[in-house]
Ligand binder design. Structure first.
Ligand SMILES: NC(=O)c1ccc[n+]([C@@H]2O[C@H](COP(=O)([O-])OP(=O)(O)OC[C@H]3O[C@@H](n4cnc5c(N)ncnc54)[C@H](OP(=O)(O)O)[C@@H]3O)[C@@H](O)[C@H]2O)c1
Length: 312
């Protein structure tokens, strides 16, 4: 007898990685998954529904879920029979870049409320049923910025570091309940994420930031970031493929990076536990040798490292 499909709840499916993942799982040829693709604003469901095609209403349903709202989470789970989620994918997230002095505490708190507490809110809601059934898988779309700080992304990186520490700790307890935790760590991904950030920057004057810091942000960081996205940016389809493999694994990994071309930038941290090598190297590349950084990125884009996606 064929096993019954696993119920997969994904947050943030109005665009990007969440949308692609929902569609790929819903079109799984073995029909292993019943996907509940959620978004905070159902007014944005058109793109998902168009991509879902024949899976809509069969292996994929769309539901409202704002990860910052307890009532919305409870309401969404109340529509899932028994509230039984087999795989939870914490994907919803927002970015924040800019000089710290020019960002309000409220703006920073919103990043943590979405990226960190949003994931915890969902985990708290699905855990009792997973623990009772002694099975489950919690997937978190983290980032390479959950492993490595990046200039002017201080608060966003902190929210992803927080996720990494939280879920690594939780993973130990949950193994006893046969529940797995996986942190997926993409590098740059070409989604609406970057566009939303650029829109936020274009309307912000960063009051309180001094002229030198503002100049570093606008003249050094922004061009380097754009070049990074252009050279090693992955498609959301490629990232979703990696997550599909993680969800399908018999023993899912705790951590999985998605982009082999980004690996040279994370390797420094791995080879130097003191962290000083990474900080000095990043500082030199940005402030002293921007030409070398640009050349290195062009080399990566040109295929010095052949594979974009792990596993292929
Ligand atoms: N793009 C990258 O370079 C990159 C790299 C590494 C990791 N990531 C991570 O990947 C995840 C997905 O991002 P993406 O690149 O696919 O960007 P995206 O296209 O902007 O998708 C983000 C999704 O999160 C949703 N969202 C934001 N706040 C929410 C809330 N309170 N409740 C529910 N949903 C909410 C957005 O909904 P709305 O449409 O309503 O805003 C959108 O559906 C994020 O966690 C991000 O941190 C992205």
């Amino acid at each position: 007898m064929a096993a019954s499909p696993r119920t997969v709840l994904i947050s943030g499916c109005s665009s990007g990685i969440g949308l692609e993942l929902a569609v790929q799982l819903a079109h799984d040829p073995r029909q292993c998954y019943q996907v509940v693709a959620t978004m905070r604003d159902l007014g944005k469901k058109e793109a998902l529904e168009a991509s879902a095609g024949s899976a809509l209403g069969k292996t994929l349903t769309v539901a409202q879920l704002d990860v910052c709202n307890d009532d919305s989470v409870a309401q969404c789970l109340s529509h899932i029979p028994g509230g039984d989620v087999d795989v939870l994918v914490n994907n919803a997230g927002v970015g924040l870049v800019g000089p710290l002095e020019g960002l309000s505490i409220t703006t920073m708190q919103n990043v943590f409320d979405t990226n960190f507490f949003g994931a915890i809110r969902l985990v708290k809601a699905v855990l009792p049923s997973m623990k009772k059934r002694r099975r489950g898988h919690i997937v978190v779309v983290s980032s390479v910025m959950g492993l490595q700080g990046v200039m002017f992304n201080d608060v966003y990186a902190a929210s992803k570091f927080a996720l990494e520490g939280f879920f690594e700790s939780l993973a130990i307890q949950l193994l006893q309940f046969n529940i797995f935790v996986s942190l997926v760590e993409p590098g740059p991904v070409i989604t609406e994420f970057e566009g939303k950030l650029l829109a936020q920057i274009s309307t912000s004057e960063f009051p309180g930031a001094d002229p030198d810091t503002l100049a570093f942000f606008r003249d050094l960081y922004l061009p380097a970031s754009a070049e990074l996205f252009r050279s090693v940016g992955q498609s959301p389809q490629d990232v979703a493929k990696v997550i599909v493999k993680v969800i399908g694994a018999t023993r899912p990994p705790l951590r999985r990076q998605t982009n082999a071309r980004y690996a040279p930038l994370t390797v420094l941290r791995a080879v130097d536990p003191s962290g000083g090598l990474y900080v000095r190297m990043a500082h030199r590349l940005l402030f002293r040798w921007p030409g070398l950084l640009s050349l290195g990125l062009r080399c990566l884009a040109g295929g010095c490292f052949p594979k974009r996606v792990w596993p292929g």
